[in-house]
Design a protein around this ligand. Structure first.
Ligand SMILES: [Ca+2]
Ligand SMILES: [Ca+2]
Length: 398
């Protein structure tokens, strides 16, 4: 018996529908990320849009919101414990100023060439650090949790991620950054050996392990690679600011070049890292780049008759809300061509931080970057990033 042609097609189709969508018109096209997978949502300093950054609770909240990865910055205590803090100076992100027992430790110190006054993690034992509470570093964000939540060690973060991954069945990654590596080395408290030891201890010294290690200093990443660290490594790429008249990135120390390059007299700048030659060099020791997002989409204001940037929204301030986005650069394509993934930073909800053409909707910014093919983003607002990703995946037919 002959099977009519249309029925045969139907049979083939029903069998194949189990494997892939039937009919090319319905099949979603491959995502434009390096590995074709959906872009990663990295909770920058935990759920830092809602809870004082880099506290235990900030990381728990980020995981509860659904983050794929949580990001701790790592600095060292006096007794060599790696803790999650963005800066060695504790003045801005903790309630140390309210602790009279530590008043005598206030001092002025040079951090990466910048003179800072405050209390420094390297003068505190981990036990003393545990008596401090985290505070909000941004006056526009919630202040009611100030002082309530404790600082946390990298080991505690790993333990949290392992427990939550087991509990939720999700793969939750950690994304530690070696902060001020040259500064720590000069203090006699180098970060790299301790970080490698903790990763080994966690059983995560593997390319496929749920961990990305990042740094602005190439020397820190190269040292860890040379010492046997096999995890994914990400080279961060900074700049100082954007010239809103031209949209060009500006460079001023210490945001002009990696601190280890500056110390070695290497005159190249962060901008050299995004050239094809710079990307090829990064590929020799890292798996991806974490560029400031303006390297991919910059913004530009309108220059008025007085030569100044026009205050488009008339709020008396000039910021991103008075700008529009420029044509994307070729960085996503260039990095992918070099075999590098890209995780640009940092995405935030505040309207003053959004170019005017996003019309006050932070999801529009994420979606623009997702469509361009970035492999992940750092966000202070995990829930907004995930909502934007869901909309993006829907528009790709997923
Ligand atoms: Ca960081
Ligand atoms: Ca304005």
């Amino acid at each position: 018996m002959q099977i009519p042609r249309h029925a045969a097609l139907l049979l083939v189709c029903s069998a194949s529908v189990l494997i892939a969508a039937c009919g090319s018109s319905d099949a979603p096209s491959a995502l434009p990320t390096l590995n074709g997978e959906k872009p990663l949502v990295v909770a920058h300093r935990g759920a830092s849009g809602y809870i004082p950054e880099e506290t235990y609770e900030a990381y728990v909240k980020a995981i509860e919101l659904g983050a794929d990865a949580i990001e701790p910055d790592l600095v060292s205590t006096k007794d060599g414990v790696l803790i999650a803090r963005h800066d060695p100076n504790l003045a801005g992100s903790t309630d140390v100023a309210n602790h009279p027992e530590f008043a005598s430790r206030k001092k002025t110190l040079s951090v990466d060439g910048e003179s800072q006054t405050g209390w420094f993690a390297s003068d505190f034992t981990f036990a003393e650090i545990k008596t401090l509470g985290g505070i909000s570093t941004d006056a526009e964000r919630p202040q009611q949790f100030n002082g309530l939540y404790k600082l946390v060690s990298f080991q505690e973060i790993i333990d949290l991620v392992k427990a939550k991954s087991k509990e939720t069945g999700r793969t939750i990654s950690v994304y530690p950054e070696t902060k001020n590596p040259s500064y720590h080395r000069a203090l006699g408290l180098p970060l790299e050996d301790k970080l490698i030891a903790i990763i080994n201890q966690a059983g995560w010294n593997d390319k496929s392990a749920p961990i990305f290690v990042q740094s602005f200093e190439p020397g820190s990443l190269k040292e860890m690679r040379a010492k046997g660290l096999k995890t994914k490594l990400i080279q961060l790429i900074d700049a100082d600011d954007v010239d809103l008249k031209t949209g060009k990135l500006t460079y001023a120390a210490p945001y002009d070049r990696p601190v280890d390059w500056a110390l070695a007299g290497d005159k190249r700048m962060f901008s050299d890292m995004v050239t094809p030659a710079g990307l090829a060099e990064i590929k020799t020791y890292a798996d991806g780049i974490g560029p400031w997002k303006r390297y991919i989409v910059s913004v530009k204001g309108t220059v008025g008759a007085d030569g100044k940037i026009v205050d488009i929204n008339g709020d008396g301030k000039i910021n991103d809300a008075d700008t529009t986005t420029m044509e994307p650069t070729s960085l996503v394509a260039d990095a992918h061509k070099a075999g590098l993934m890209l995780h640009p930073y940092t995405f935030r909800n505040e309207k003053r931080r959004l170019a005017s053409n996003y019309k006050g909707d932070p999801k529009e910014e994420y979606k623009q970057f997702f469509r361009l093919g970035v492999d992940g983003i750092f966000t202070d607002f995990t829930d907004t990033a995930l909502a934007a990703r869901a909309e993006y995946l829907k528009e790709t037919g997923r």
